[in-house]
Design a protein around this ligand. Structure first.
Ligand SMILES: [Zn+2]
Length: 316
């Protein structure tokens, strides 16, 4: 059986919109609660364990902590997605990056007793300095690099869609060189003196053409290109690191959320398709896609996958 991991970046409306178009007065994190509960049900039906990347500030809300505990108690992994989800993460200075990572780790560990060993940068906006910081903090893995040939196009689309935001927030996907990054997991030998090697688990792209292979792309293209990509990944015996976002599992037609979402035509804010796709349609598509992957892949948490890699399991 080939190995894979499913993860979800828990980016709420408050994180994503930074106040744009959001009715802050009565916003109560309904998307956090409903999205996580739906995703837990999805994982349960498919008998899977996954990794939840959490934005630290969301755990200042006690109801969110209680929702997250359901994930922890069901045996899923809780990992670090920074404290404030600053889109231009790689442009922060060293101290700011450390604070963002450290504070999130502390708030997760204090509230869930889950030891945090993994990180994903907001907007995949990683750089080598962050990788070096993670290694010095003894992190087991990072899963921020998105080594796709589509990156220049995705960067441009993001830049154009975020004209109302500050310059650094208009960047995404890290340094441009990551387009050519290794696509299979590897260890970064950037802290050899201590014998600690951070494992990089890049988000999966297809071999050769490096096409994106994650839920947002699936929603855009449908199942046929997905199946072709899956065939290729399987033929190359690559592990799958598959990424969802919270919005993929949120039903935005719910009364508590309906009035929180900005108009589809709002200018200057990037609004993912998952906000406007009916919940049932998203669920069925994702269910079919994960069921297909499951035929040949055994899914586990990113933590387990990273450990397997360190122990040189030949299957990965
Ligand atoms: Zn995110």
């Amino acid at each position: 059986m080939l190995k894979g991991a499913i993860s979800i970046d828990v980016d709420t409306l408050s994180t994503h919109l930074h106040g744009f178009g959001l009715n802050q007065k009565d916003y109560d994190f309904a998307d956090f609660r409903l999205g996580i509960e739906n995703f837990l049900r999805f994982l349960d039906e498919l008998k899977l364990k996954a990794t939840f990347f959490i934005v630290g500030k969301d755990l200042l809300n006690q109801q969110n902590v209680e929702t997250l505990l359901k994930a922890r108690n069901a045996g899923h992994e809780i990992a670090n997605h920074s404290m404030h989800h600053i889109q231009g993460f790689r442009f922060l200075n060293r101290e700011q990056k450390i604070t963002e990572i450290k504070n999130t780790q502390e708030i997760i560990e204090k509230n869930t007793l889950n030891k945090v060993v993994g990180f994903r940068a907001p907007g995949w906006n990683i750089d080598n300095q962050t990788l070096e910081i993670l290694s010095s903090m003894n992190y087991l893995y990072d899963s921020s690099i998105f080594p796709s040939s589509f990156n220049p196009l995705l960067k441009l689309m993001h830049f154009k869609a975020t004209s109302q935001q500050p310059r650094t927030a208009r960047t995404t996907l890290g340094q441009i060189k990551y387009c050519f990054n290794r696509t299979a997991p590897y260890q970064l030998a950037n802290d050899q003196s201590r014998g600690h090697y951070l494992v990089e688990l890049p988000i999966t792209v297809t071999p050769v053409f490096r096409l994106p292979f994650f839920a947002t792309f699936l929603l855009k293209t449908g199942l046929i290109p997905f199946k072709a990509s899956l065939q290729m990944i399987k033929a190359w015996q690559r592990p799958i690191i598959y990424e969802f976002h919270l919005f993929d599992f949120v039903d935005f037609a719910k009364p508590e959320l309906k009035h929180q979402i900005p108009s589809k035509f709002a200018k200057g804010i990037y609004l993912p398709q998952s906000i406007y796709t009916p919940f049932k349609q998203k669920w069925q598509l994702f269910y079919q896609a994960v069921s297909l992957m499951k035929q040949n892949y055994q899914f586990e948490t990113l933590e387990t996958l990273a450990k397997r890699f360190i122990h040189h399991d030949t299957q990965i």
